[in-house]
Design a protein around this ligand. Structure first.
Ligand code: SAH
Length: 263
């Protein structure tokens, strides 16, 4: 299990990047406050071993993200330490739940899809977003990072999910910071094959989990796993919803209906 805490204790300090090590716990508050942190060790704190090439890709991604952000509003988070923690490491928290051919709904600046693809080059990724500028940005990232098997689509989830090219075609669907869990489940589960899964990246999700029970059942899913992580003081939850049977063709409904009357 990954366990990161913010508590400050006087323990052994790694002189290169200020990582404090206490028993089996790694405390990263010192590095996230420091600009010149050691990126390789930073990822290691979360249990992710990255090659030099992967670290270079993250560095390039960070630079493209911040360059683009000066003209277009892609993300509110721009400081290097914050981007590495709240975008890159946060996206990788779901890595072990995702395999094969996945679709990231409302990918925005590419989260969680791009970090997942850098971490596991075997994945086949489809990045969907409703905003043209974000899709242009995503295409630029894919080109600059020379990522293979990544497809960027501009469109709305609730419409595309009815297209037979995409409906029930993916091993996994992912989404972070797009909508509440009942709404998100209606957007995402129709894309997933039977036996596949929808992996939701959430903060504190207790309330949403209760509210989503009905939607999950109606859409043919089952909540399989709920994993909580402490990401340097922020509670993060990965929710794995397994698809057990086909979603009725009625779903997803129009956006107005989904929002007005979540399942
Ligand atoms: N997943 C990213 C972006 C979150 S912002 C992250 O975690 O940082 C939400 C994004 O979802 C926006 O880029 C918005 O354009 C997109 N979005 C919202 N509703 C959508 C829908 N119905 N279909 C496709 N994209 C949608």
């Amino acid at each position: 299990m990954i366990f990161i805490t913010l508590s400050s204790v006087n323990q052994h300090k790694n002189k290169h990047c200020g990582i404090l090590k206490v028993d089996n716990y790694l405390i990263v508050n010192k590095i996230i406050l420091c600009y010149n942190f050691c990126v390789k060790d930073f990822f290691k704190c979360f249990g992710f071993e990255l090659s030099g090439e992967q670290l270079q890709l993250f560095d390039k991604y960070y630079r493209i993200l911040t360059d683009y952000n000066e003209k277009f509003n892609i993300t509110a988070i721009t400081e290097k330490n914050e981007v590495y923690l709240k975008h890159f490491a946060d996206s990788l928290l779901g890595a072990k739940f995702i395999d094969g051919n996945f679709i990231d709904i409302g990918s925005g600046g590419g989260f969680p899809a791009i970090p997942l693809k850098i971490f596991n080059p075997e994945l086949k990724a489809t990045l969907l977003d409703a905003t043209g500028k974000k899709c242009e940005f995503l295409k630029e990232v894919v080109k600059e990072l020379n990522l293979k098997d990544v497809n960027v689509i501009c469109g709305r989830a609730e419409e595309l999910a009815h297209d037979k090219l995409y409906r029930e075609k993916f091993d996994c669907a992912t989404a972070r910071a797009v909508a509440s869990l009942p709404v998100l489940t209606e957007y995402c589960l129709p894309f997933v094959k039977n036996g596949g899964k929808f992996v939701a990246f959430k903060g504190d999700a207790e309330e949403e989990l209760k509210n989503a029970e009905n939607a999950v059942k109606i859409l043919g899913g089952k909540i399989e796993e709920v994993k909580k992580f402490d990401l340097s003081g922020n509670l993060r939850t990965i929710i794995v919803i397994k698809k057990e049977k086909s979603t009725e063709t009625l779903y997803p409904r129009s956006n107005a209906k989904i929002r007005k009357k979540p399942l």
